[in-house]
Design a binder for this molecule. Structure first.
Ligand code: KDG
Ligand code: MG
Length: 412
């Protein structure tokens, strides 16, 4: 029997290489290091404090090998269950312990999860633009990079914007969409569902004409419609064969998807703001969705997300993990190890990180021809560069709010 790997320390690292990240570093008495991602966009310091003040003291002296036991302890003994802050903190510990176990075993984490079920993880990239010409350039750039699946977002004419439209090009000519703004005050964006509903079918009709039938096209509504509006949108997009329509209405009320499902066969993806298997119970058991969008970073780590995906698998629902730049390279690596191992993998979101982010996080995952592979380095395959991190101090940034034309606060 392998001996215990006692935890010597659990440090919370906060740095902002192009954007804010919270990373947990767990070190055993023998000096084995494991990393976990605890980044909760716009609420980073809440998770950092939860980890530092309430979780780290519980970890010291425990056996890092007992991943399930530690998960259950953190989940059950807090008494206060679920929620994004708690589940991101639990996730970071869980990832770090899988990382340690992999490094000690000399194996990549996907091998510990049952080994590879595929050669690589299909990923989708982001394309966006201020208008269709601009969006066309962005899609062509992604296709030139070999992506087989692309998410399309464009400003809605007459609305002066829309969800998911990049405002700047980062290094390498890439458009990166970063919604959290480093401004003192929260930015407010306008929203008009009627304009959007009229425009969305034109967008996808244009896209099919321009890029053909083969490319997989995705779209994110970002929780902005009512159930009946979402049903209408799904139906109007059916001729354009979307890979998925994401977050078409807020999903706290899981039953709302019954109505949407009755009206459309457009595949539905839900769950980037949800963090527990209980948040998906009706959605999965009644087969109201096709893809589970929860992330390893916000939904309790590899241990809990694996449980959720296996539950979904019994209902022919696949994974489609959240993976924007606010999931750190540690979270992305963990998602790829899990995605490579599970049977019901669907697709992984891949919004490439800024070059500055990679100065702090050195990764072993690699992209080629529309797929990401986690690599074969032991553990998660990510190293954290403290010297580089010291150059990037935390800088508060907030997600925007949305308001309707008459000034009413809407779902952002
Ligand atoms: O922090 C908020 C982002 O993660 C979110 O707006 C990105 O919806 C998103 C997506 O699908 O990537
Ligand atoms: Mg989304």
């Amino acid at each position: 029997m392998t001996g215990a790997a006692r935890i010597r320390s659990a440090e919370v690292l906060v740095a902002s290489p192009a954007r804010n990240f919270v990373t947990l570093r767990v070190t055993t008495e023998d000096g084995v290091v494991g990393l976990g991602d605890a980044t909760l966009n716009g609420r980073e310091l809440a998770v950092a404090a939860y980890l530092r003040d309430h979780v780290a003291p519980l970890l010291v002296g425990r056996d890092a090998h007992r991943i399930e036991d530690v998960w259950q302890l953190l989940y059950r003994s807090a008494y206060w269950r679920r929620g994004p802050v708690t589940m991101s903190a639990v996730a970071a510990v869980d990832m770090a312990l899988w990382d340690i176990k992999g490094r000690m075993a000399g194996m990549p984490v996907y091998q510990l999860l049952g080994g590879a079920s595929r050669d690589g993880c299909l990923v989708y990239a982001h394309a966006s633009g201020a208008d269709l010409d601009d969006l066309g350039d962005s899609v062509r750039a992604r296709l030139d990079e070999g992506y087989l699946a692309v998410r399309l977002q464009v400003a809605v004419p007459g609305m002066g914007g829309g969800y998911g439209v990049a405002s700047s090009r980062a290094s390498g000519g890439r458009y990166t969409y970063e919604p959290a703004k480093r401004a003192g005050l929260q930015i407010e964006e306008g929203w008009d569902s009627r304009r959007y509903l009229r425009f969305a079918p034109d967008l996808f009709s244009w896209a099919r004409e321009e890029f053909g039938a083969e490319v997989m096209l995705l779209h994110d509504v970002h929780h902005r419609l009512t159930p009946i509006e979402a049903a209408r949108l799904g139906r109007s997009l059916e001729p354009f064969d979307l890979f998925w329509l994401e977050d078409c209405t807020p999903a706290e009320n899981q039953e709302a998807f019954r109505l949407i499902r009755q009206h459309t066969t457009t595949p539905l993806a839900v769950g980037e703001v949800l963090n527990s298997v209980w948040d998906f119970r009706t959605l999965i058991q009644e087969q109201l969705i096709d893809y589970v969008r929860a992330s390893v970073t916000h939904a309790g780590g590899i241990t809990h997300l694996k449980r959720l995906f296996e539950f979904a698998a019994q209902y022919q629902i696949k994974s489609g993990s959240h993976g924007p730049t606010d999931i750190s390279p540690v979270g992305m690596a963990a998602a790829l190890h899990l995605g490579l191992a599970i049977h019901n993998f669907g697709i992984q979101e891949h919004m490439a990180h800024h070059d500055l982010t990679h100065e702090v996080f050195h990764t072993s995952y690699r992209y080629a021809d529309g797929y990401l592979h986690p690599g074969d380095a032991p553990g998660l395959g990510v190293e954290y560069n403290d010297d580089a991190a010291r150059r990037f101090a935390y800088s508060p940034a907030l997600l925007p709010a949305a308001r309707l034309t008459d000034g009413t606060v809407h779902d952002w």
